[in-house]
Design a protein around this ligand. Structure first.
Ligand SMILES: *Cc1c(COP(=O)(O)O)cnc(C)c1O
Length: 385
């Protein structure tokens, strides 16, 4: 019944985890879920209020524009100017997305012909690879190794793959490794993209989620980046708005136009009322973002202290709400996740779920309170590992 592209999908590991989690809850276990990368705090009230007002305005009830409301694209451009000094033309260099997942999944359709290669990091957000395959392309894996600070080694990509490569995905601050990239690496990417005629997609979903006074540089602020790429910004993690489905792409106008062509044929844009809420999020006080970062930083410190006491060697991440820890000797990532769930009632995500180079690691999401994380640490300390 199903197409080859559906039949060839890898088994969905997260569904298995959900099943085991449900089974534990069924047994009455008080499960602490550090598995999902979904903020536990609500969307800030001023953003919710703005949505309520907008939804009562009947003008928002019709089809939105394909590229997004002019006012939203202007707010996005202003936010990029304010937060990272970028100068963007809202009309041609900004595009509203129905979440960055939507953007990532559709982008290969604009640039990949059957047989073309897209360079995809591993471990990574799975949609880079799947989106490429859905477009008939071939993902070429760029391993993210700890010894390279979880940055891809661009020199290691074989010539024959480079000749067929049309697209490259990357993401810093990174999910799942929580690694960061500096401007020097972004400059390398620009040169690499120019030399090999590759469209670059920087998925910047954790752009604002940073700690210890660290500010993540944006790819587009590097000289020449506007010639080769686009950057995806999402309101999901920044403003606790995962359910609202709102993001935007900024950058090279020809790339933006290509993505827009695909989108105008498969969706009809983001609900205007949600874009009004997005305007409020982007243009009013950013205090809510700073407040969230303080909360995540405290949780990070509690979890890290606990993991160290367990003998797991983890460096404090400067960004994202993930802690990427090597599993103890004698376990693989699925085995250790199983042990945590069955013997401590803790859900964490096995690294292999993000690709084969994630094997040997486990990802904890800082999406539960300090009290719950403390409780998790306590339970882990009672494990015999
Ligand atoms: C959460 C996440 C996304 C999805 O963001 P949406 O805007 O909610 O679709 C995209 N990329 C990465 C790396 C993520 O972790």
């Amino acid at each position: 019944m199903y197409s080859d592209r559906i039949n060839s999908l890898p088994p969905y590991l997260f569904a298995t985890i959900d099943e085991s989690k449900a089974a534990m809850k069924e047994k009455g276990v008080d499960v602490i879920d550090l598995g999902v990368g979904d903020p536990d705090q609500p969307t800030p009230e001023h953003i919710v209020e703005s949505m309520c007002k907008a939804v009562h305005d009947t003008q928002t009830h019709t089809y939105p524009s394909y590229a997004g409301m002019t006012a939203f694209r202007e707010a996005a451009a202003d936010w990029c100017k304010k937060t990272r000094g970028m100068d963007l033309d809202p009309a041609s260099e900004v595009l509203t997305l129905i979440g960055s997942k939507e953007g990532v999944a559709h982008i290969p359709l604009a640039f990949i012909n059957p047989g073309d290669v897209a360079l995809c990091p591993d471990p990574a957000y799975p949609v880079y690879k799947i989106g490429t395959q859905f477009a008939g392309g071939e993902p070429h894996i760029m391993p993210l190794l700890e010894e390279n600070d979880f940055l891809p080694d661009l020199d290691a990509i074989p010539r024959d793959k480079l000749d067929k490569a049309k697209l490259m995905f990357f993401n810093y601050p990174n999910n799942p490794t929580s690694a960061i990239a500096d401007k020097k690496f972004f400059e390398e990417v620009v040169q690499f993209a120019r030399d090999n005629d590759i469209v670059v997609i920087h998925d910047n979903a954790y752009s604002e989620m940073t700690y210890d006074n660290y500010k993540a540089p944006s790819f587009l602020s590097v000289d020449g980046a506007m010639d080769v790429g686009v950057e995806l910004y999402s309101l999901s993690k920044t403003y606790n708005m995962t359910g609202w489905r709102l993001a935007f792409a900024v950058g090279n106008k020809d790339i933006i136009a290509g993505i827009g062509k695909v989108k105008s044929n498969v969706d009809s844009g983001a609900f205007d009322a949600i874009q009004y809420a997005g305007i409020t999020a982007l243009s009013e006080s950013q205090q809510c973002v700073a407040d969230m970062n303080i909360i995540y930083q405290k949780r990070r410190d509690v979890l890290l202290k606990g993991l160290r006491e367990l003998g797991l060697d983890v460096k404090p991440p400067k960004a994202t709400f993930y802690v990427w820890a090597p599993v103890p000797d004698g376990y693989d990532s699925v085995g250790f996740a199983k042990l945590l769930l069955e013997n401590a009632g803790i859900v964490a995500t096995p690294g292999v779920g993000f690709g084969s180079y994630g094997e040997g690691y486990i990802r904890f999401a800082l999406t539960r309170s300090v009290e719950r994380i403390n409780e998790a640490v306590e339970r882990m300390s009672r494990l015999d590992i």
